[in-house]
Design a protein around this ligand. Structure first.
Ligand SMILES: Cc1cc2nc3c(=O)[nH]c(=O)nc-3n(C[C@H](O)[C@H](O)[C@H](O)COP(=O)(O)OP(=O)(O)OC[C@H]3O[C@@H](n4cnc5c(N)ncnc54)[C@H](O)[C@@H]3O)c2cc1C
Length: 304
C-alpha cells in the first residue's frame, strides 16, 4: 500500500479511525491471525464513499469486515486495507413495522429491539454473532429463518464510490449468499420489514432458540460457527461425524466433539492449524461419502 494513500486517508478520517498493525485475532471470533496492515473505521456512508474513491484513485483493492464471525485471517497477516464496519455505525430506528439499522449494529441487538417493540420475524437472528452488514452479505440464517425473509431494502456504497439502494429481489439472496458478496460493495444500512406480534411469545422463542444453540453448539470455544456450507441433500456436521472426524485435532484446532460442523480453537490455535483441520475434513469426507464440502468461512491473507 502506498504511503501517499495513507496520507490522503488521514485527511478524511480522524487518527482514532485509522489503525495500523492491529492483530486480527482481536477482530475475528476464531481468535487467530496475524497483523492487519491497515484498518479503517468509517462512521457512515459519507466517509465510506470518500475512502472508496481514494482506494480507486490508487488502484488499491480492499476488504470489508463486520464482526469477523465468518472470517479466518492468515497467520502471516492481511496486507490489503480493511474497512471495518462496526460500532461507529450502530444507529437503529423503529418506524411502524420496520426496523432500520446501520450496517455495524449486531444482529442480536436488532432482534432484541424488534422484540421490545413487539415485532416478530427476527427471532432466528438473535443468536447469530454477526453485524447487520455481514449478515446481509452472507444471507445469515438459522432454524426457521434467514435474513432474506425480512429484508426490505439494503443501502450500500458500490465499488465506484456511489451510494445505491437495492430491493430484496435485487439482492438475489441464496443459501449463505447474496449479489453483493465479494463484490467490493459495502453495506451501510438495512431496513427489515417485520410483523406485529406478542412480545412474550417473541421473547420466549428467542430464549428457546438460544437454549437449543447452547445445547448443540460449542459456544464455549472460539470458532466461526459452521465451518462448511450445507451441501445439497446433506448436513455437513453429519458427514463429518460419519467420517469419524469428531475430535480430529491439529495443534490448537479441532473438529468439535459437541457439533462436528464446527472447527474450534481449543486454545492457542493458529490459522494454519484451522486450515489443516479443514483440508483434512474436506479430503476425508470426500473419500468417505463422495461429497465435496465447501468452506462457509471466508479465508483472508497469505495462506489462501
Ligand atoms: C458461534 C457462531 C455461531 C454462528 N451461527 C450462525 C448461524 O446460525 N447462521 C449463520 O448464517 N451464520 C452463523 N455464524 C456465522 C456468522 O456469524 C455469520 O456469517 C454472520 O452473518 C457474519 O457477520 P459478520 O458481521 O461477523 O461478518 P464478517 O465475518 O466480518 O464478514 C463476513 C463476510 O461479509 C463481508 N462483510 C461484512 N460486513 C460487510 C459490510 N458492511 N459490507 C460488505 N461486506 C461485508 C465480509 O467481507 C465477509 O465476506 C456463526 C458464527 C459463530 C462464531
Amino acid at each position: 500500500m502506498k504511503a501517499e494513500l495513507l496520507n490522503e486517508l488521514k485527511t478524511v478520517l480522524k487518527p482514532e479511525q485509522i489503525i495500523l498493525g492491529a492483530p486480527m485475532d482481536k477482530y475475528t471470533t476464531f481468535r487467530t491471525g496475524g497483523g492487519a496492515a491497515l484498518i479503517l473505521e468509517p462512521d457512515g456512508a459519507g466517509e465510506i464513499k470518500k475512502i472508496v474513491e481514494l482506494m480507486n484513485g490508487f488502484s488499491q483493492p480492499y476488504l470489508v469486515l463486520g464482526n469477523g464471525s465468518n472470517v479466518l485471517a492468515a497467520d502471516g497477516g492481511v496486507d490489503l486495507p480493511i474497512i471495518h464496519i462496526g460500532r461507529r455505525m450502530s444507529d437503529v430506528t423503529v418506524f411502524e413495522n420496520c426496523v432500520t439499522a446501520q450496517a455495524g449494529v449486531a444482529l442480536s441487538a436488532v432482534a432484541n429491539l424488534a422484540m421490545e417493540n413487539s415485532l416478530t420475524g427476527l427471532e432466528f437472528a438473535a443468536g447469530i454473532p454477526g453485524t447487520v452488514g455481514g449478515g446481509i452479505i452472507m444471507n445469515a440464517g438459522a432454524y426457521d429463518g434467514e435474513l432474506k425473509d425480512v429484508t426490505e431494502a439494503v443501502s450500500f456504497v458500490g465499488p465506484d464510490g456511489v451510494e445505491y439502494v437495492a430491493s430484496n429481489d435485487e439482492m438475489e439472496f441464496g443459501y449463505r449468499s447474496s449479489a453483493l458478496q465479494d463484490s467490493g460493495c459495502i453495506v451501510t444500512g438495512v431496513t427489515f420489514a417485520l410483523r406485529p406480534g406478542k412480545k412474550v411469545e417473541i421473547s420466549e422463542k428467542m430464549k428457546e432458540l438460544g437454549r437449543r444453540r447452547r445445547e448443540k453448539q460449542p459456544l464455549e470455544y472460539p470458532s466461526a460457527g459452521s465451518t462448511f456450507k450445507r451441501p445439497s441433500g446433506h448436513y455437513a456436521g453429519a458427514l463429518i461425524q460419519e467420517a469419524g472426524l469428531k475430535g480430529y485435532t491439529v495443534g490448537g484446532a479441532a473438529v468439535s466433539e459437541k457439533h462436528a460442523g464446527f472447527v474450534i480453537n481449543k486454545g492457542g490455535a493458529s490459522s494454519a492449524d484451522v486450515l489443516s483441520v479443514m483440508d483434512h475434513v474436506i479430503k476425508t469426507v470426500y473419500d468417505n461419502s463422495g461429497v465435496v464440502l465447501e468452506p462457509e468461512v471466508k479465508i483472508w491473507g497469505e495462506s489462501k
